[in-house]
Design a protein around this ligand. Structure first.
Ligand code: IPM
Ligand code: MG
Length: 352
């Protein structure tokens, strides 16, 4: 198979972790007789520096022409503490999501037996945790009407959802639940918000189409609490954009290894795969970042975008091996030898 993949390395540690995922993917392609056509394009702070725009049209064209997009991370500290900056790397991310129609962000949280004691939670709380949050990614308060009034002394952001936007996200939730334990949790704030009441009403109306799926409806504040108390009681969760942003960060640390969690954003035009962690500017250029979340994102890409299950399984297997043999970066090494980002990538590619 010929795979056309757009490569958006982005900022900070993005290029370093992406390089390792490319090495491992190329090794997989060789082993399974595929060819991969990589096309790199700029996004984030590096794109602002180069062309004044965080998601240039030329990058969009590269993404549209590809079968899938592999993404690193974006962000730069020079923008973080400057509320007056008129152009920011994050705008590029939002523009990319909107223009590619990436409406469903899939963020799994699972545990690695060898890393369970790295979790901030007690072992008995997290053992067996294997959940997936589907976060709506192109609507809600991120994209609603916003502005200032009263001479700038009042600010507002609006959360708007249409029934169609909720249905298409919920449909993927029901379908995913059918392939897993058939439990689906709809996370909202229907006791307060009108948009949440539309979520609940819409999902309730869909239940009859999936009679085997047991749906629970829970308020977001209660879910935030139960996620740290009993994360292993959840399976598939669906939620709107901002709630999902917050809950997926919370969920990502439960496994004890944020540097390991991959994600996918499924879209109307293409799908994008990226590590859950950010651009980690403090580590940029030091060759110490953990590349595994990006490597595992490539595995998700082989599986979801191309239906190549054996290839994905082979990647997951070498990642498991590297963890078992202690070929890990400093965040996971503890008192043992810490390997460099490139050394982990080389090891994985050779093992494939
Ligand atoms: C994420 C990030 C982004 C978001 C930021 C960088 C705009 O936090 O992907 O979760 O809020 O969606
Ligand atoms: Mg976030």
């Amino acid at each position: 198979m010929n795979l056309k993949i757009a490569l958006l390395a982005g900022d900070g540690i993005g290029p370093e972790v992406i390089d390792q995922a490319v090495k491992v993917s190329n090794a997989i392609a060789q082993k399974f007789n595929h060819t991969i056509e990589w096309t790199s394009a700029l996004t984030g702070a590096c794109a602002i520096d180069a062309v004044g725009e965080p998601y240039p049209d030329s990058t969009h064209d590269v993404c549209m022409a590809a079968d899938a997009v592999l993404f690193g991370a974006i962000g730069h500290p020079k923008y973080d503490n400057d509320p007056k900056a008129t152009v920011r790397p994050e705008q590029g991310l939002l523009k990319m999501r909107k223009k590619l129609g990436l409406f469903c962000n899939v963020r799994p949280t699972f545990t690695f037996p060898s890393l369970i004691d790295n979790s901030p939670l007690k072992r008995e709380r997290i053992e067996g945790t294997d959940l997936v949050i589907l976060r709506e990614l192109t609507g809600g308060i991120y994209f609603g009407e916003s502005g200032r009034k009263d001479n700038g002394n009042t600010a507002f952001d609006t959360c708007t959802y249409t029934r169609m936007e909720i249905q298409r996200l919920a449909k993927l939730g029901f379908e995913l639940a059918m392939t897993r334990s058939k439990r689906l949790c709809c996370v909202d704030k229907a006791n307060v918000l009108e948009s949440s009441r539309l979520w609940r009403e819409t999902v309730q109306a869909m239940e009859k189409d999936y009679p085997e799926v047991v749906v629970s409806y829970e308020f977001v504040d209660a879910v935030a609490m139960r996620l740290v108390q009993w994360p292993n009681s959840y399976d598939v969760l669906i939620t709107e954009n901002l709630f999902g942003d917050i809950l997926t960060d919370e969920a990502s640390v439960i496994s004890g290894s944020m540097g390991l969690m991959p994600s996918a954003s499924k879209g109307l035009h293409t799908s994008l795969y990226e590590p859950i962690h950010g651009s980690y500017p403090q580590a940029a250029g030091k060759n110490i970042a953990n590349p595994l979340a990006t490597v595992l994102s490539a595995a998700m890409m082989f599986e979801d975008a191309f239906g190549l299950h054996a290839e994905a399984a082979a990647i997951r297997k070498v990642v498991d091996l590297s963890l078992a043999e202690g070929i890990v970066t400093e965040d996971l090494a503890g008192t043992n030898k810490a390997y460099k980002t490139t050394e982990v990538g080389d090891w994985l590619a050779a093992r494939v």
